[in-house]
Design a protein around this ligand. Structure first.
Ligand code: NAG
Ligand code: NAG
Length: 488
């Protein structure tokens, strides 16, 4: 090859690279301008005050929860152009304390691929993203999924790796192969990816890498015995109190009595993992993590020995009244996890008390009496479990959603009835007989005791919140107004 030819090849490949990144930069800038303009058209009536929501458009599962250079980063499945699901981008928010959040520019825009869920890790001062590239084709099975990577030096500007994909396909014939969760153990990187066996059982696949770019399949970490659905989404794998937790969001578990009543579930399997032979030995069967109507597709991260979790505060097929307002979807409050025996308990992160403003009321709430407040509150309710407890949550206006929170003494069950759609589960308090109830503009989260039972449910009251004691006993309530911690 003559020198001139080499020169031309170098210059043209340099030009191609430069042109591609110029196109990316322009597309990102146009999107941010679009978001700024479109935000002015949002109707804020249902906008949550202290939960993450998209600036405009659609949000579903959280992605890439990580602490990097002094800030927590959360990304999310984002479609800016409609309040229905569409080609997936990665939205981005940051916080110093897991309470006060701000928007950042959209981190990943779809190219030939849609940017499905994934995770982010701090690789010695460079953020490394692994996400699922979902590509549509005209021939059956009409899509494929592979794993892509992207990098960022400043945590704001993300660049896709040039030689994607880094993992082409799963060992199974199904195209379903998504939601990589990456971590490092010793000097080796690992990732767990959700998939589906050839006979349609959900599975979690383990891969490893010594350089974060070249990956090899290690083993099937766990798979459904036939009763845990056809596909496992959002797998996560981490240590908690000396055990290993496999957190999964299975699709296709059949409802049984009080269990599995949402379209899809999120839950966990506790066990032990051996890094020598890569065997995960379960110690307990699958358990649901949250018992509300709207909780799916979790992300966790660890900081200072604490394991924090967030989930999509929604569910496929759930109605969202905000759809007509220019935005749709939210994240749950951030929770800290702990393991007691083989049960995970969840409490809101400690910093959540930063949201408390004035005390709205404090004292006995007599039978049939109610307290009323604007859009946000945290209620701390001391309960006497020897008698039925029943609280009605409703707007003070006509119509709108209602919910009833009830303690059934005979069955020792916590019940959440959202307008006739009931979720219930047994509650055995570890120690504390207190409920913490968080109400935002259109959401409720109830933490019972130390977090043995948690319900996360979207609900749209009409007017100001009114909480009424319908039970036979007076109950002791402290109620705080909570401030806004997420931009309107
Ligand atoms: C996935 O589909 C796209 C579009 O048909 C195609 O270009 C790509 O090569 C496929 N990737 C894999 C890993 O099969
Ligand atoms: C509570 O309200 C119900 C229904 O309005 C009424 O029947 C009942 O007597 C009231 N109880 C008390 C203690 O006020």
């Amino acid at each position: 090859m003559n020198l001139f030819k080499i020169y031309i090849i170098l210059v043209s490949s340099f030009m191609t690279v430069q042109l591609e990144s110029l196109r990316d930069v322009l597309a990102k800038a146009e999107l941010e301008i679009y978001i700024e303009e479109k935000k002015l058209e949002i109707n804020p009536r249902h906008k949550l005050h202290y939960h993450i929501t998209p600036p405009v458009g659609w949000m579903n599962a959280p992605n890439g929860f990580v602490f990097f250079k002094g800030e927590y980063h959360v990304f999310y499945q984002f479609y800016p152009y409609d309040t229905q699901w569409g080609p997936m981008h990665w939205g981005h928010v940051t916080s110093r304390n897991l309470v006060d959040w701000r928007h950042q520019p959209t981190a990943l825009l779809p190219g030939r691929e849609q940017c499905f869920s994934g995770s982010v890790i701090d690789n010695d001062g460079i953020l490394a993203v692994m996400y699922t590239a979902h590509q549509i084709s005209v021939d059956p099975p009409y899509y494929n999924e592979s794993q892509y990577m992207a990098f960022s030096i400043d945590g704001i500007d993300f660049h896709k790796y040039k030689n994607n994909p880094v993992i082409v396909s799963s060992p199974f014939s199904s195209p379903d192969f998504r939601d990589p969760k990456i971590w490092k153990h010793g000097n080796v990187w690992y990732t767990v990816i959700g998939s589906r066996t050839d006979d349609h059982r959900g599975a979690a696949l383990l891969y490893r890498s010594i350089n974060i770019i070249n990956w090899e399949f290690v083993s099937t970490l766990a798979e459904s015995n036939g009763e845990l659905g056809f596909m496992w989404e959002s797998p996560d794998f981490f240590e908690l109190n000396g055990k290993h937790v496999l957190l999964i969001s299975p699709q296709g578990i059949v409802a049984q009595g009080d269990r599995y009543k949402n379209t899809y579930q999120t839950g966990y399997i506790i066990g032990n993992f051996n890094y020598e032979n890569f065997e995960f030995t379960a110690e307990a069967t699958f358990q649901e993590l949250d018992f509300g109507h709207d909780f799916y597709g979790t992300q966790t991260t660890e900081k200072d020995g604490k394991r924090y979790l967030i989930a999509w505060f929604g569910m496929w097929e759930s109605a969202h009244s905000e759809d007509v307002d220019g935005w749709a979807g939210a994240m749950t409050l951030f929770r800290e996890l702990d393991l007691v025996g083989t049960r995970i308990i969840m409490k809101p992160v400690d910093a959540i008390t930063n949201l408390r403003m004035q005390t709205i009321s404090e004292g006995e709430l007599a039978r049939n009496s109610s307290i009323q407040f604007e859009q946000t509150a945290e209620l701390i309710i001391n309960v006497d479990l020897s008698e039925r407890i029943e609280l009605e949550l409703k707007g003070n206006g006509v119509g709108g959603d209602w919910a009833i929170v009830r303690w059934e003494v005979d069955e020792a069950k916590m019940v959440l009835d959202r307008a006739g759609d009931v979720r219930q589960v047994g509650w055995e308090p570890l120690d504390s007989m207190t409920w913490r109830l968080f109400l935002d503009t259109c959401s409720l989260e109830l933490f019972c005791g130390e977090g043995e039972v948690v319900f996360s449910t979207r609900i749209y009251p009409n007017g100001q919140w009114r909480v009424k004691n319908l039970g036979p006993q007076p109950i002791h309530v402290v109620a705080y107004k909570l401030r806004r911690s997420f931009p309107e």
